[in-house]
Design a protein around this ligand. Structure first.
Ligand code: OX2
Length: 844
């Protein structure tokens, strides 16, 4: 506001202010200008990538207008805002999505069949196809898997629903690594993605100094008040980079602010420099920049590295500084902070924000402890995504003491007051105190971040019903006893139908729009239920089926281009794409494939005629240090090369490993599946979200009673899903039994193991650990217990696929019943029951 141009002088500005493209000429002019001047390329030197950059730059110039207006509007109305703190935002590509959201790209196969779009047509005039141009964009892959992608879907829904909301994250120089498969092994290639990224706006004027290390000095000020002063240590600068997030069909364009680390200006050590030690002066500088250099590539696994804790504090402190600065401008009383600010913690990664806010309020703003703590707990909400013990964050106390000495003191105080209140409630229960203490009395002592997050938040939620129930009955049971059930709730995940239906599957979106009379379902997904009326409509069914075929052809082409293997698109496409993890059980999948292979090999020519041809498609990255997951990838690739080259099998079975699975590949894969696999050991998958994407695109699923599979079943009906396997409630007893002689290897699985051990898929030693984990070490993930149920259910899938008519009916009915799984519903639930925020809708 202070830097605004005074009213009498605004005329010139208004005259030249940019507006949306209304003709292709306007677009072409800007496109050529950007290619020639911004990119310094020419008519003779303009490839698809230059065309992409030019289009992105021309288009983003337009996007910025609504973005600026939204920010101005939100500042002026000054109503409550949401801040979504996430260490991961798995955005994928931006151009296509942004064009669709602001209505500058109608699908080439629109309801009326006409293409009048200025971007598409403008590019055509210069000899480019918009699809090719779009596919030049590098994925923004600042996340590992479901948790990061959920954050990206949330941003889309928050903007679409006009919530005043900001995302806060880290601007990693390297996103999730690129995966190459060499000789069947995963090899990781760094993902340096920032060159020429047109979607970020550096805000060099917005910087925050972040302190680390040092000591705490305690003294009494003139009034006799005890003061804690955090002194010395080192300072690193956080620089803001902003990314516009356009909503679909709305004027709201929200902001994602990513922090980048830089040596603070005072940091460069001129003494060293002058003493000739230039190298060491630069090394210090580089050390500061390391903080935001790389995304930790683990999904559902925490390793307690100091740099990771540094990242967490750096990002939390910078974000809170920003939020507090914005609040202070309004000159309100501190007690109003929770009426203006809601902060959501995406897992425990941002838990330091709780401690940092308490520190700001008591040490800097001078509030009393209780008053401050009351503000803090009203402000924060915490989402838990997993019950897996290896994913629960704990930080060693000595490490904390060294890096953030004042914060550790505050944590001890939070713990003290908390334990006092517990003691009051349960006076004769010593055990509960040690169970719920934030500090685990181990060697070394550890800070339990999930407990801190619960204690510092007013709401804690899980991400699917079963998951939230398990939290309440196991992991967080004591806290339910302490706080009562109201602090704990469920918000079942969703996905944004804009990216995962409209953008990934434009043909299906257009067909649905034709039947329902428009694209309103994209912002009210429950309208899909109207599709059920057309289940028996012959023409509609034919179009539906044809779209699936086209999408399978597109994937088959992609597979041939990337792997060299040819697959028959009339085969049943069976897909499992997600991070590779023992709990997600890609090993169960590949053992099932081997079983199928052995079965086919043993068949007569007559028997083979009855087999439903199948393509098993598996994709996903393994954390670089997760050896067992890498072994699973290796086995899949070995099976692939043996099976695909076996002439006894031919088209009856093909096995494909998709390299470097990411968001943009998911957009090609999801619309092309007949069946997809969501087969985690019951009770281990928080929710799963790709299950939703596949069903939304007309694929059926095979799955366990786990995560959101259960609610998907409830919505679409039991007859439209293939469920198998043991239930969550039986898992503990089965596991326990395995260690007391109750383990019998499933006979079909035994055959599979024999084949592997005999060298059918190369050196058997390579796979020994995988087999032993089941045969000898307790089969923690119940692969053997579920194997028979898994393969017989796959036989049912084959039978069902033969009845194409019924299959089609299942596909249509399922899509019609998926309305619940939009992130719009999810965001409205968070807004109502956790954030207490209202949308800010603009009138034209
Ligand atoms: C994932 C969960 O594993 C997955 O089940 C869930 O759908 C997703 O988060 C979004 O809620 N890291 N990734 C997850 O949890 C953690 C921790």
């Amino acid at each position: 506001v202070e830097a605004s141009i005074p009213e009498p002088l605004r005329e010139a500005w208004r005259k030249h202010s940019a507006s949306e493209f209304t003709t292709k000429d306007e677009f072409e002019k800007e496109l050529v200008r950007h290619i020639e001047t911004t990119l310094a390329r020419s008519l003779y030197n303009c490839d698809e990538h230059a065309a992409y950059s030019g289009t992105a730059l021309a288009f983003r110039d337009r996007l910025i207008i609504e973005w600026n207006r939204t920010q101005q509007r939100q500042t002026l109305t000054d109503q409550k805002r949401v801040y979504y703190l996430s260490l991961e935002f798995l955005m994928g590509r931006a151009l296509d999505n942004a064009m669709l959201n602001v209505g500058q790209k109608e699908s080439a196969r629109d309801i009326n069949g006409v293409v009048t779009n200025c971007l598409t047509e403008g590019l055509k005039d210069l000899g480019f196809r918009i699809e090719d141009v779009i596919s030049q964009e590098h994925d923004a892959a600042l996340g590992n898997g479901g948790l990061g992608r959920l954050a990206a879907c949330f941003l889309d829904s928050m903007a679409t629903l006009n919530y005043p909301a900001w995302g806060y994250g880290l601007r990693y120089r390297y996103g999730i690594f690129k995966q190459e498969i060499i000789d069947g092994y995963q090899v990781e290639i760094p993902d340096y993605w920032l060159d020429n990224n047109p979607w970020e706006f550096p805000r060099h004027e917005i910087t925050v100094d972040i302190q680390f290390y040092g000591t705490v000095r305690k003294y009494q000020d003139e009034s006799g008040k005890l003061v804690h002063s955090w002194e010395d240590g080192e300072i690193v600068q956080a620089v803001a980079y902003d990314v516009p997030i356009p909503g679909y069909g709305t004027k709201t364009t929200n902001n994602l602010r990513l922090w980048s680390s830089k040596a603070s200006s005072g940091e460069f050590d001129f003494q060293k420099f002058n003493a000739g030690d230039y190298e060491s002066a630069v090394a210090d500088q580089q050390r500061a920049e390391t903080i935001s250099a790389v995304l930790y590539p683990n999904d559902n696994l925490e390793r307690g590295k100091e740099l990771r804790l540094k990242q967490q504090y750096f990002w939390c402190a910078a974000s809170l500084h920003d939020i507090v600065r914005r609040f202070k401008k309004s000159k309100r009383a501190w007690s109003e902070f929770p009426d203006q600010v809601a902060i959501q913690l995406n897992d425990t990664h941002p838990t330091m924000a709780i401690v940092e806010l308490q520190r700001i309020l008591i040490d800097i703003e001078g509030l009393e402890w209780d008053e401050a703590w009351n503000i803090v707990t009203k402000t924060f909400g915490y989402t838990n995504h997993t019950v897996l013990p290896e994913a629960l964050e704990k930080w060693s106390v000595p490490l904390f003491q060294n890096l953030l000495p004042r914060h550790l003191q505050i944590i001890y105080d939070i713990n003290l007051y908390f334990l006092q209140s517990v003691e009051k409630k349960f006076p004769n229960d010593r055990e509960i105190l040690s169970r719920v203490s934030i500090i685990e009395e181990s060697h070394p002592k550890m800070v339990r971040m999930a407990y801190l997050a619960i204690i510092g938040s007013h709401k804690v939620n899980g991400v699917a019903e079963l998951h939230s129930d398990l939290l309440k009955s196991t992991l967080f049971k004591d806290f339910v006893d302490i706080y009562g059930p109201d602090r704990f709730m469920n918000v079942t995940n969703g996905v944004t139908p804009r990216r995962w239906l409209h953008q990934a599957n434009p043909e299906l979106s257009a067909l649905i729009a034709k039947k329902l009379g428009g694209h309103e379902f994209l912002t009210d997904l429950t309208l899909l239920d109207k599709l059920e009326a057309f289940v028996d409509d012959k023409e509609f069914r034919a179009e539906w089926s044809n779209i699936k075929t086209q999408n399978k052809l597109r994937l088959a082409k992609f597979i041939q281009e990337t792997t060299g293997f040819k697959v028959n698109p009339t085969s049943l496409f069976d897909v499992q794409v997600k991070r590779i993890h023992e709990y997600k059980r890609q090993q169960l999948n590949i053992f099932g494939v081997i079983h199928r292979y052995l079965t086919i090999k043993a068949m007569s020519a007559e028997e083979k005629k009855k087999v439903v041809p199948r393509v098993s498609i598996i994709g996903g990255k393994a954390a670089p240090g997760y050896w067992m997951a890498k072994t699973i990838i290796h086995l899949i690739n070995k099976v692939s090369s043996v099976v695909n080259n076996d002439s006894d099998v031919g088209d009856l079975l093909k096995v494909i490993f998709i390299q470097d699975y990411n968001v943009s590949k998911a957009e090609i894969i999801c619309p092309a599946s007949d069946i997809s696999e969501h087969i985690s050991t019951a009770g281990t998958e928080g929710s799963g979200t790709s299950n939703m994407k596949f069903v939304m695109n007309g694929g059926l699923i095979i799955g366990t009673c786990d995560g959101a599979n259960i609610e998907i079943t409830r919505e679409i009906g039991e007859s439209n899903i293939f469920l198998f396997g043991n239930l969550a409630e039986d898992v503990e007893e089965l596991r326990h039994g395995h260690f007391y002689g109750k383990f019998e290897l499933d006979p079909h699985l035994q055959k599979v193991f024999e084949a592997i051990k005999s060298g059918t898929f190369g050196d058997a030693n390579e796979f020994q650990a995988l087999i032993s984990s089941i045969e000898e070490h307790g089969d923690y993930y119940l692969v053997s217990d579920d194997f028979n149920s898994y393969i017989t259910t796959h036989e049912m899938v084959d039978e069902a696929f033969k009845q194409q008519d019924e299959w089609l009916a299942k596909s249509i009915t399922s899509v019609a019943r998926m309305g619940f799984f939009s992130t719009d519903r999810v965001i409205n639930e968070y807004a109502d029951s956790i954030w207490n925020v209202e949308p800010l809708v603009v009138k034209d």
